[in-house]
Design a protein around this ligand. Structure first.
Ligand SMILES: [Zn+2]
Length: 487
């Protein structure tokens, strides 16, 4: 019965045989109880599995509205502990460069990712001496990875007094866990076919996280799917073929002391670039505030509302009494756009490439019940200022020029910002200055080469660069050195 494959027989015969087999089996199939028994959900303390396939970089579409870019996964090993709960995922991935798109030469990237209770972190692969890095933004997603596994879903459903209703092909199971809704389908083979949950995202609001499981096999005592396909926000994030799976007895990983002790407070480091121009740096993502006669322009609203609120507070402290009228968005990658909505609530107009507007408008109408932000509460309507060519936010002292960054493989609706009075270039992701002492890249980054070509094409007289990632202000000469243009 368990090995029965309808696809191996003509449809009518398969249906008939299926019905006969079902009738001949003891007990009822397709229920929460029968599936839990079949998948050993109540006795198993955890599962581990290894796989290969594809991984996709959520929130980093090469153009607004496109699918997340794909990576080849040569190794994937997951340990899921239900009694913790905790999880560890190790993976090795390498970007698959899309035809016609210029990207840096792909290299294997190794990750070692953890969640334990409400804490997420990454270990530094191959650098035992480096401290683990907290990943607070990944907690919800990694917790969902635990409770969407077939055994995890069934365990959680049994413990959460799930609502079970018969469906055409088995049962539909719904429950709530830690403020998150879960819904899944159990088929007549007592397999969990699909699990849906919703996790909060600064850009997408309540984002659908959906996993489908097919091709169940008995892996030496553990019945587990051989194919796992997961999508987040409407596009695939994982598609793997499982080669090995087993019950897990190991104890769950504990939160490292450095992560547990990590400060929660957000730091905004301010550096005066020129009178009225402030480089506002964070741990990984930076912004620039420019004081104009009547208003403030902020370039970039990265990460999330927490970051935006900290930057907005710093701007008010540095430039008291002037409203933030414009927030300039370099591109729609989620790490660069997740804080935009807070500025909308603050009363700022969003300045972005015309190709991004429809994407944001659609994303921003999604429900935001999991983590309502300022804009969800105030209900203000966004105001847009879009461009497809040079745009100037004019001012006698500090005019701000915005130019599309044409032909850059990183993103198709991409912009650079230029302050002609200060000869300052502001850009994200096209060029990230190297940290002091870093080993130079083996080949010039094509995104950086393209940035420099754009600077030349637009005849921008750049003295300094305030990159929105990296260790600090640099000179144009540093960009030229990085791409091998300097003599
Ligand atoms: Zn980007």
């Amino acid at each position: 019965m368990k090995q029965f494959k309808p696809g191996m027989l003509p449809a009518a015969g398969a249906a008939l045989l299926g019905a006969v087999l079902l009738a001949s089996c003891a007990g009822k199939h397709g229920t929460l109880e029968s599936a839990s028994h079949h998948l050993d959900a109540t006795s198993v303390k955890g599962v581990q599995f290894s796989a290969t396939g594809k991984w996709f970089q959520f929130g980093q579409a090469p153009a607004p509205g496109q699918a997340w870019p794909a990576f080849e996964v040569s190794a994937y090993a997951a340990e899921i502990h239900y009694e913790g709960p905790a999880a560890r995922v190790q993976l090795t991935r390498k970007q698959i460069v899309e035809p016609g798109r210029e990207r840096p030469a792909p290299v294997d990237q190794q990750f070692d990712q953890y969640v334990s209770g409400g804490t997420a972190w990454n270990a530094q692969v191959g650098q035992a001496a480096s401290p683990p890095t907290p990943q607070p933004a990944a907690v919800e997603e990694r917790q969902a990875e635990i409770w969407t596994t077939p055994q995890g879903f069934l365990r959680a459903a049994l413990g959460a007094n799930a609502q079970v209703s018969p469906s055409e092909n088995g049962s539909e199971v719904r429950f709530e866990l830690g403020g998150h809704r879960y819904a899944g389908l159990i088929n007549k083979q007592d397999e969990v076919e699909r699990v849906q949950t919703w996790i909060s995202n600064p850009v997408l609001g309540d984002a659908l996280d959906e996993v489908t499981y097919t091709d169940y096999k008995n892996f030496g005592g553990l019945v587990f799917p051989a194919r796992i396909q997961r999508s987040l926000g409407g596009f695939p994030v994982l598609d793997i073929t499982v080669s090995d799976a087993a019950k897990l007895a190991d104890t769950a990983p504990a939160v490292p002391a450095q992560v547990a002790a990590a400060p929660a407070a957000l730091v905004v480091e301010s550096q005066l670039v020129a009178p009225g121009v402030f480089y506002l740096r964070g741990g990984t993502h930076h912004s620039v505030a420019i004081e104009q006669a009547q208003q403030v322009v902020v370039v970039e609203a990265p990460q999330n509302e927490e970051r935006s609120n900290a930057v907005i507070a710093k701007v008010k402290e540095l430039i008291p009494g002037k409203p933030i009228r414009f927030v300039v968005n370099t591109h729609q990658h989620f790490d660069h756009s997740g804080g935009l909505r807070s500025y909308v609530d603050e009363g700022a107009t969003v300045v972005t490439h015309a190709a991004n507007r429809a994407f944001y408008e659609a994303a921003w109408t999604n429900p935001r019940t999991l983590q309502p932000d300022r804009l969800a509460k105030s209900g203000k309507a966004p105001v847009w200022l879009t461009f497809t060519d040079r745009l100037v936010l004019d001012d006698a002292r500090h005019p701000v020029e915005i130019h599309p960054l044409a032909g850059n493989g990183h993103n198709d609706a991409f912009a650079l910002v230029y302050l002609p009075k200060e000869k300052l270039l502001i850009e994200a992701d096209a060029y990230t200055p190297a940290a002091a002492g870093a080993t130079p890249a083996p080949a010039p980054n094509p995104y950086s080469v393209n940035l420099y070509r754009n600077v030349q094409r637009l005849k921008l007289d750049v003295a300094q660069i305030a990159a929105l990632h990296g260790p600090g202000l640099v000179k144009l000469q540093d960009l030229k050195l990085a791409i091998g243009e300097a003599r």
